[in-house]
Design a protein around this ligand. Structure first.
Ligand SMILES: C[S@@+](CC[C@H](N)C(=O)[O-])C[C@H]1O[C@@H](n2cnc3c(N)ncnc32)[C@H](O)[C@@H]1O
Length: 218
């Protein structure tokens, strides 16, 4: 599940995770964060998600990180946004008004690049990684982000014995273990979405819970 794997997925157009609309959980749960309008939101492993457009439309500054150049160029092209491109730290930065997408490896991030961030919107990053990598992912986030950040997290849980990832199953227990040292963890909702996901039903799953968590610093 290194960046080479994901770049190839974008090349092969195997991007079933991409939603054709803004994630409804982002819209319904955003207000739980009580964020002021000048805030900067970090969207790790952002793909070409329309959630970035929604966040930017609130007037927020959005910083995304994505390893695939194909994904980033598709994001700007499909949303008809002009952008400037420049080398920035270990990344290529693509900037359009209040949106900045950094193309490169999340694990190469350093704190200067995202120090003004006060909130993280994270959909489907943890489920993109096997278990040992998920721990490294959260360690990295703790290393580079200010301690005061709040996080809105969207994950999936299913019986991992019935299917190989990605997407990987991430249990509520694991979320607690990963985040509870630093955050108060609250599950805002959890819905079984299997009926709406025939491709996962076909792969033998008997449930597929999509959950949203609010993480607030202790
Ligand atoms: C499951 S997708 C989720 C995309 C997006 N959050 C969404 O909701 O559509 C995971 C994304 O992370 C990117 N990715 C995976 N590992 C990465 C890494 N180490 N650094 C940067 N991007 C990465 C992949 O290219 C892919 O677009």
């Amino acid at each position: 599940m290194d960046v080479g794997f994901w770049k190839q997925r974008w090349k092969d157009r195997q991007t079933g995770f991409h939603l054709a609309a803004v994630n409804p959980y982002l819209i319904s749960c955003w207000d739980f964060l009580s964020i002021n309008q000048q805030a900067t939101v970090f969207v790790p492993l952002c793909g070409k998600s329309l959630d970035i457009i929604w966040l930017a439309s609130l007037g927020l500054n959005v910083i995304g990180v994505e390893c695939s150049k194909i994904a980033i160029q598709a994001f700007f092209d499909e949303n008809q946004l002009n952008y400037q491109q420049a080398k920035y730290n270990n990344f290529t930065a693509y900037t359009s008004d209040n949106i900045r997408l950094l193309q490169g490896d999340y694990f190469s991030l350093v704190s200067e690049v995202i120090q003004e961030v006060s909130v993280v919107y994270d959909r489907a990053s943890l489920v993109a990684m096997p278990v040992d990598m998920r721990k490294r992912y959260v360690d990295k986030q703790n290393e580079i982000l200010p301690e005061s950040v709040k996080i809105l997290l969207v994950t999936l849980e299913y019986d991992q014995l019935l299917m190989n990832g990605p997407p990987f199953s991430v249990s509520q227990n694991e979320i607690m273990n990963l985040y509870q040292n630093r955050y108060n963890v609250k599950q805002l909702l959890s819905n079984n979405i299997l009926d709406a996901e025939p491709r996962f039903k076909q792969r033998g799953l008997d449930y597929l819970n999509e959950s949203v968590y609010l993480l607030e610093p202790k």
